[in-house]
Design a binder for this molecule. Structure first.
Ligand code: FMN
Length: 206
């Protein structure tokens, strides 16, 4: 079964390494992950005053996340933290209070950098926000992709064969399984409660 995955890339630049990593993950699991890149560069800065009459870009973004079965964050690290544009998107999706579109969405976090620690700081800041957002985030494999550069990608735009490709392939498979497990468990739990309610009703009328 193909799951609809909303991909949020924390970089706006055209040649973004993180965007290409995200595309590679989609290409590897194209059979089971139906991925869409969600635009975040046009979102007006979050301002609680606008919640009563939200800008069209906020509505569009919230709708796209709400319609997804899962969310994949692929982001660079800026100054050891989350790029502002990504934090803004997270804030926009999380409000109004009690109506967060991220609530209960399974997710995964990938950070890529030419540096050696692979955006570890940003990765864990996204993870920290996801705890408050009540998103079940895939724990393993962790993906702090270091030493990523233009040379890491082939002519097709995907990651070349090698250890990085192997890691991304494992992650793409694990992410599909993670999203499947979360949705399947919820379906079974809902079925169980429906059966229990039916049984209780039958007992009442017996
Ligand atoms: C404002 C800024 C801050 C950065 N800070 C970090 C950092 O803290 N850690 C890191 O590994 N790389 C840092 N970098 C380098 C980025 O990892 C690099 O530019 C990367 O290619 C950006 O991701 P992208 O290719 O997806 O746009 C920074 C780059 C910019 C523009």
């Amino acid at each position: 079964m193909a799951y609809k995955i909303a991909i949020i890339v924390g970089s706006l630049r055209e040649g973004s390494l993180n965007r290409r990593v995200a595309r590679s993950i989609c290409a590897i699991r194209g059979d089971n992950l139906d991925c869409s890149m969600i635009e975040i560069g046009d979102l007006p800065l979050y301002n609680q005053d606008l919640d009563a009459n939200p800008p069209e870009q906020w509505r569009r973004f919230r709708r796209q996340i709400a319609e997804a079965d899962g969310v994949l964050f692929c982001s660079p690290e800026y100054n050891r933290g989350i790029p502002g544009v990504l934090k803004n998107a997270i804030d926009v999706g999380s409000r109004p209070y009690g109506q967060s579109v991220f609530d209960k969405k399974p997710g995964a976090i990938v950070t890529a950098s030419p540096g050696s620690i692979g955006g570890f700081g940003a990765n864990h800041q996204i993870r920290q926000a996801a705890v408050f957002l009540n998103m079940p985030i895939m724990q393993q494999p962790e993906a702090y992709l270091g030493h990523v550069s233009d040379d890491s990608f082939g002519e097709d735009g995907c990651i070349k064969e090698g250890p990085l490709r192997d890691l991304i392939t494992g992650l793409a498979h694990a992410f599909h399984d993670w999203v499947h497990m979360i949705h399947e468990s919820r379906r079974l739990l809902a079925e169980d409660s429906a059966h229990a309610a039916q049984a209780a009703k039958a007992k009442e009328h017996a």
